[in-house]
Write a protein that binds this ligand. Structure first.
Ligand SMILES: O=P(O)(O)O[C@@H]1C[C@H](O)[C@@H](CO)O1
Ligand SMILES: Nc1nc2[nH]cnc2c(=O)[nH]1
Length: 293
């Protein structure tokens, strides 16, 4: 089934996919995880796994990017039922924006209440270093400002309201939990907070674009996450998103640096274990009556 360009997937399409998954797993996860480029190792930590290749899931797109395995993994992490996307979808892969974000509605219909996302991003903030982990506190949605929003088209109230608020997109308690867990694990010296800016990609930014984004208030730039956040918030799930700063955005015409995907994946490898520990410790401390332990 392919969504109508103007309407996206219907509620019934999403329900059919969620029910298909629930029938096969018998597991109703409360936590959903989306892994960024080169950060899919987190899914391997899940116990009692039930794994689906994206190509076998009705309505699901395929992963086409190196570093995104294309598997949906169900299981338990620290005893909590989770579902983990080992690979996400991006606008530059050529999918309609409703298809990129379809998994968020499936998460919701599976019973997910909290979504934890990671991404790889270029650092615009001059105080950031490669390997820093930025807790996203807000975003700049460049495709959205230009009219490409995943909620465009008819609104189905069973998912959410026509005009959802985004000033509380990133859950403040989850941000505090990430800071607390990071401190407890001794990660304070590489944990940051900031604003993530999404662009369409796949080309990396010019120097002039990086300078502009920095002046506009962005601390990191990437090609994902924000579309998923909008759809997740629309249907009432709480969101935490983390950017791994995999490269410094080039801001200077004298610089010899050139952004490239290999560096992104390499930085991911170096920081993966700590990021996995941060997220799994958070999962253990998330309570689903809106409290954290
Ligand atoms: O899925 P994420 O946002 O982690 O992937 C980033 C953006 C591009 O897909 C890729 C560039 O290296 O990494
Ligand atoms: N747009 C963008 N995405 C990234 N993903 C990882 N690094 C970068 C970057 O420098 N720019």
């Amino acid at each position: 089934m392919f969504p109508d360009a103007n309407t996206g997937y219907t509620y019934e399409d999403c329900k059919a996919t969620a029910d298909w998954l629930l029938t096969q797993t018998g597991l109703s996860p409360l936590v959903g995880i989306v892994c960024g480029s080169g950060l899919g190792g987190l899914a391997d930590l899940l116990k009692d796994q039930v794994v689906f290749n994206y190509k076998d899931i009705p309505n699901f797109p395929q992963s086409t990017v190196h570093g995104h395995a294309g598997r949906l993994v169900f299981g338990t992490l620290k005893g909590r039922a989770c579902v983990c996307m080992q690979g996400r979808f991006h606008l530059y892969e050529g999918y309609p924006i409703q298809k990129i974000t379809l998994p968020m509605r499936i998460f919701k219909l599976l019973g997910v209440e909290t979504v934890l996302m990671t991404n790889a991003a270029g650092g615009l903030n001059q105080d950031f270093k490669v390997g820093d982990v930025m807790i996203i506190k807000d975003h700049l949605n460049m495709p959205g400002l230009a009219g490409n929003n995943p909620l465009s088209g008819p609104n189905d109230e069973r998912f959410g309201v026509r005009f959802p608020c985004m000033s509380d997109a990133y859950d403040r308690e989850l941000q505090q939990l990430a800071l607390d867990v990071g401190q407890d694990l001794g990660y304070g010296d590489f944990l940051r907070e900031g604003v993530y800016c999404v662009l369409g990609g796949p080309s990396f930014e010019t120097i002039a674009e990086c300078r502009m984004l920095s002046k506009l208030g962005a601390d990191a730039v990437g090609m994902s996450t924000v579309h998923e956040v909008i759809v997740a918030r629309h249907c009432g799930m709480r969101v935490l998103a983390l950017s791994l700063i995999t490269n410094q955005a080039v801001m200077d015409y004298d610089s010899e640096e050139k952004a490239n995907h290999e560096e992104v994946l390499e930085t991911g490898k170096q920081r993966a274990e700590q990021l996995e520990r941060l997220i799994s410790t958070m999962v253990a401390r998330i309570e689903h009556n809106n409290n954290y332990v």
